[in-house]
Write a protein that binds this ligand. Structure first.
Ligand SMILES: Cc1cc2nc3c(=O)[nH]c(=O)nc-3n(C[C@H](O)[C@H](O)[C@H](O)COP(=O)(O)OP(=O)(O)OC[C@H]3O[C@@H](n4cnc5c(N)ncnc54)[C@H](O)[C@@H]3O)c2cc1C
Length: 430
């Protein structure tokens, strides 16, 4: 007979780690957490500046879109974390909430309960901010938020140059306004990445009522009628299953969650039937409305050899590695994207461009970076209009889903990307 838990959490990523931790506060609850990837406690995830070493490994899902018609047929790579902590174990650690009005727009679109005023108490509850304590910031939560501990001279030059161009310095991108230039705060603790696994899940495991199964790839949610009664997964070639007495919580990320739902028979009925999946519930919205922020990378050469080029090689790499291992200090505490300019390109008072400064030529997934020293200005459109969708490729759960991101299919996204490419940035907000 299958084991029974009160709750089964699918995916131990950003959401899953927090949800499992919160549920485990009730000592009477038994929680099973299923995570497809391996243990996250490896140096490339723990040392903030080393995360690039995770790409191309088993700890990152190699998701990619179908060839995109509006992006010259390119396949857009969408890496996602595949280990406890999920994408918070590979991400840039930037602590950023978005614009307050983004949340109010969700309410206007029908998502009751998600206005900025309603979510702000939860941000404050989550946060342990080392510098800020005010109506926007908390200091008692499990998630450590610190000023970026390392500042590269090229990022400092970017912050200064933007101010010389008239952009205001912003000391808190999560405060009254996002607009302006400054340094990020990052989710780190004592020089290490503070993923949700480190901040929530690992401490919660000590309570003894969570069973974390890693390398367990969920195939389906098992329905009894309309009720999610259990889950089946595959671990080291074996199919296993468990029952949930109270709830199944699906936290497998933007691509993983709709895939699992559709594999389980919940989604657009016609698509499920053509994919060979029996329909449990016809929900046309599943897998739709995909959106992502593309980044336009502009490269600039430096006259002097001061960029990060070569820092990952030879004696320099050894020195950086030792400094981090012995003192949790130095270059390896950098999240590389230390500084940023939030700009308003359409004049509505909200930032729509997140312009990163990187003190190195950042590799693009389809082209090698230039040789030598230089820096990258990367502009993200934070409110893209293009919408994509996720579709099953067949009934077998081990077959990757198909992503049609439709990147740049809306002309307004092309215009915004183009404006940053040509370097004609929006007027400064003084
Ligand atoms: C490279 C990168 C950089 C980023 N930088 C930043 C940043 O600096 N600041 C910021 O705020 N945001 C950043 N983000 C975004 C942020 O990390 C994500 O929005 C967030 O982590 C998503 O949380 P989630 O819980 O939805 O998914 P995830 O954290 O991705 O968790 C999903 C989990 O489900 C697991 N899973 C999926 N399918 C299955 C299955 N079938 N069975 C079992 N488990 C499964 C995955 O392995 C994963 O652990 C970045 C993201 C990436 C990829």
């Amino acid at each position: 007979m299958d084991p029974t838990f009160d709750y089964i959490v699918i995916g131990a990523g950003s959401a899953g780690s927090v949800v499992a931790s919160r549920l485990s506060e009730d000592p009477g609850s038994r929680i099973l957490v299923l995570e497809a990837g391996p243990d996250e406690r490896v140096i490339h995830s723990r040392a903030p500046g080393a995360f690039v070493g995770l790409f191309g490994t088993e700890r990152v899902w190699p998701y990619a879109s179908e060839p995109e018609p509006a992006a010259a047929g390119r396949r857009i790579h969408v890496p996602q974390g595949r280990m406890p902590g999920g994408s918070s174990s590979i991400n840039g650690m930037i602590y950023i909430r978005g614009d307050a009005k983004d949340y109010d727009d969700w309410v206007a679109a029908g998502c009751a309960g998600w206005s900025y005023a309603e979510v702000l108490p939860y941000f404050r509850k989550a946060e342990c901010n080392e510098r800020l304590a005010d109506r926007y910031h908390g200091t008692d939560g499990p998630l450590s938020v610190v000023d970026v501990p390392y500042r590269h001279p090229l990022n400092a030059a970017f912050v200064l140059a933007a101010q010389q161009c008239g952009y205001a310095f912003n000391h808190d991108f999560n405060g009254a306004s996002q607009l302006g230039v400054g340094y990020f705060q990052v989710t780190q603790k004592n020089g290490e990445r503070a993923s949700t696994a480190a901040a929530y899940l690992r401490p919660a495991l000590a309570r003894g009522n969570i069973l974390l199964e890693i390398e367990a790839e969920v195939a389906r949610i098992v329905f009894e009628g309309r009720r999610a009664a259990g889950v089946t997964w595959r671990r080291h070639g074996q199919v296993r299953s468990a029952r949930a007495a109270r709830a199944v919580l699906l936290c497998a990320g933007t691509l993983g969650s709709p895939k699992i739902l559709m594999q389980s028979g919940v989604g657009p009925a016609a698509h499920l039937r053509e994919s060979g999946v029996e329909v449990v519930l016809d929900l046309p919205g599943v897998g739709r409305n995909y959106q992502d922020h593309l980044q336009v990378l502009n490269y600039y050469r430096t006259r002097r050899p001061i960029s990060l080029t070569g820092q990952d090689k030879g004696l320099t790499a050894l020195r950086n590695g030792l400094e981090w291992m012995l003192f949790r200090r130095g270059l390896l505490t950098s999240n590389v994207a230390e500084a940023c300019l939030f700009a308003d390109s359409d004049g509505d008072g909200r930032a729509d461009l997140q312009i990163h400064s990187f003190p190195v030529f950042v590799p693009d997934h389809e082209r090698a970076p230039p040789e030598g020293h230089g820096f990258t200005i990367g502009a993200c459109d934070v409110r893209p209009r293009s919408r994509g969708e996720i579709r099953l490729a067949g009934p077998d759960p081990s077959t990757p889903a198909r992503l049609f991101s439709n990147a740049l299919s809306d002309d307004r996204d092309v215009a915004r990307a183009d404006s940053t490419y040509s370097g004609s940035y929006p007027a400064a907000s003084k």
